[in-house]
Design a protein around this ligand. Structure first.
Ligand code: SF4
Length: 56
C-alpha cells in the first residue's frame, strides 16, 4: 500500500481511511481535532474530526 505517512501526526486508528496501515501515522497533511463534550476534561472527550471510515 502506498501511503504518504505524515510523521507529525501519529495515529493508531487503523479503521480510518487515512491511516497508514503498517505505520501508525496519518496520511493527511492536516487534521482537525475537536470535542463532543461541553466541558472536555479527559483524553476520551476529544475526537479526530478528520476521521473517515475505511471502505474495507
Ligand atoms: S484522519 Fe484522524 S483518525 Fe484518521 S488516520 Fe488521520 S489522525 Fe487518524
Amino acid at each position: 500500500m502506498n501511503c504518504n505517512a505524515n510523521k507529525s501526526i501519529g495515529c493508531t486508528v487503523k479503521q480510518c481511511a487515512y491511516h497508514c496501515g503498517n505505520e501508525n501515522y496519518c496520511s493527511l497533511d492536516k487534521i482537525n481535532v475537536g470535542t463532543h463534550e461541553a466541558n472536555p476534561t479527559e483524553v476520551k472527550c476529544t475526537d479526530c474530526e478528520s476521521f473517515r471510515p475505511s471502505s474495507k
